[in-house]
Design a binder for this molecule. Structure first.
Ligand code: CTP
Length: 408
């Protein structure tokens, strides 16, 4: 290995897709940095990308023919789109424009790069870059969300002055951060000895056969934790309330509705788990009685519901914790740190992830999150706004640190 090469990228084939944004010139630096880390880089460019940076530059730097045209007889004969896709150990698109992200999310294959996008089976990393208003557009957000749910890694754009002279998020992430994410795809599993039990989603507390009380949890944080833990080699068991998100194929999943069902499933699995990560938003109260038949409104102008306390799962399990590591979450709308510390103490947690759920852009029903990871001492690691998958890795890093400090 040459000096500067990291273990993870040495000898790996990186297929770099470049799409047409002003950040395209930075793709040249990316090629150099990936090569410095030992990777073999081959480049595919969209037609728009060639308006921003010359294919000759990319070909000279990469030392490989640049893929440009689906219908070029010479290109397809020497190395076709399927060969390129099969060659890649990792597929990186940087910069990824809003247009490319939209096509990738919808499965449109109208040029070489988007066709390769459908044909790759390796990990995919996207580094979006665009104007901040485009970045904030719901269509772009929805498309990215679709891709993230499919397991694509997104390197979040940076904030600052953009090429269009506006300020805001949208600038292509730093070269170092992109390369780090690409290298992360090959990280040896640092959690390979650990059995992680992760709860996710809301619970549903029925009132009658057609109605229930629940909350806004989408399950995305819990499932992101499961994805990250699986990728890092952990054996993962998910216990989830009703959610739409897909679970990683390698994890086993038990589905529940109510808090009591969740508790009972956890009790079954806990003896075979090393970590319990309670990302579920467990309902604290449930209707005191469940009507057998649908409640009819009749002449009623008001309906009073009586709710009874559900068991607090973490507090119930505290006496059975043994040498396990417990991680909890504190969803707060005020006095976040103070409330989180109190919860951690009461529930016997090694770590608590406090997040402010009053905002629109992070927390419930979004793909992004931010917060503070607190341990039993003074540690308070601020996690800035990032994807839930990226945040999951931060949480797992902190958990692993505490786990090792416990002598494991
Ligand atoms: N939790 C639990 N059992 C419950 C409620 C919550 O185990 N019945 C867990 C959650 O999964 C989370 C942590 O406790 O990891 C904190 O949950 P949160 O809803 O923030 O707090 P609560 O304890 O419910 O307190 P409050 O609703 O008063 O803020």
């Amino acid at each position: 290995m040459k000096s500067g090469e990291t273990g993870q990228l040495a000898g790996k084939n990186v297929l770099l897709g470049v799409t047409g944004g002003i950040g395209a010139y930075k793709a040249a630096y990316l090629v150099r940095e990936l090569q410095r880390q030992g990777a073999v880089v081959s480049v595919v460019m969209t037609e728009s990308a060639t308006r921003f940076i010359a294919p000759l530059t990319m070909e000279t730097l990469s030392g490989h023919p640049v893929g440009l045209d689906m219908f070029s007889l010479t290109e397809e004969r020497t190395i076709g789109h399927i060969d390129r896709a099969g060659w890649a150990d990792v597929f990186l698109v940087a910069p990824a424009t809003a247009n490319y992200i939209g096509k990738a999310a919808c499965g449109i294959a109208d040029d070489l790069l988007t066709t390769i996008t459908l044909a790759v089976t390796c990990p995919v990393v996207l580094a979006p870059a665009m104007n901040s208003r485009m970045w904030a557009h719901p269509a772009v957000r929805k498309n990215l969300e679709t891709l993230v749910q499919r397991g694509v890694y997104v390197v979040w754009p940076g904030e600052g002055e953009l090429a269009c002279r506006e300020e805001g998020p949208g600038r292509l992430a730093e070269t170092g951060d992109i390369v780090k994410t690409v290298a992360g795809c090959f990280e040896a599993g640092d959690l390979s000895d650990i059995r992680v039990l992760i709860t996710a989603g809301p619970t549903r507390e029925p009132l009658d056969p057609v109605r229930f009380i629940s909350n806004r949890s989408s399950g995305r944080m819990g499932f992101a934790l499961a994805k990250a833990a699986v990728r890092r080699g952990a054996r993962v068991q998910i216990i989830s309330g009703p959610v739409e998100v897909a679970a990683p194929a390698e994890a086993s999943v038990r589905r529940v509705n109510t808090a009591r069902e969740m508790l009972s499933q956890i009790e079954q699995v806990l003896p075979d788990s090393d970590w319990l990560v309670m990302a579920a938003a467990v309902a604290d109260f449930a209707p005191s009685s469940v009507h057998k038949d649908k409640v009819k409104k009749g002449d009623m102008l008001e309906l009073t519901l009586t709710l009874a306390r559900n068991p607090d799962i973490l507090e119930t399990l505290k006496p059975f914790k043994g040498g396990r590591l417990f991680v909890g979450f504190a969803a707060e709308t005020r006095d976040m740190l103070e409330n989180a510390r109190k919860k951690a103490k009461e529930k016997g947690l090694d770590l608590i992830v406090a997040n402010d759920v009053s905002g629109q852009e992070t927390g419930f029903e979004t793909d992004e999150n931010s917060g503070v990871i607190l341990d039993q001492g003074d540690l308070a690691e601020e996690v800035p706004r990032m994807t839930k998958l990226q945040m999951a890795d931060r949480i797992l890093d902190a958990a692993l640190k505490v786990w090792k400090e416990k002598g494991n």
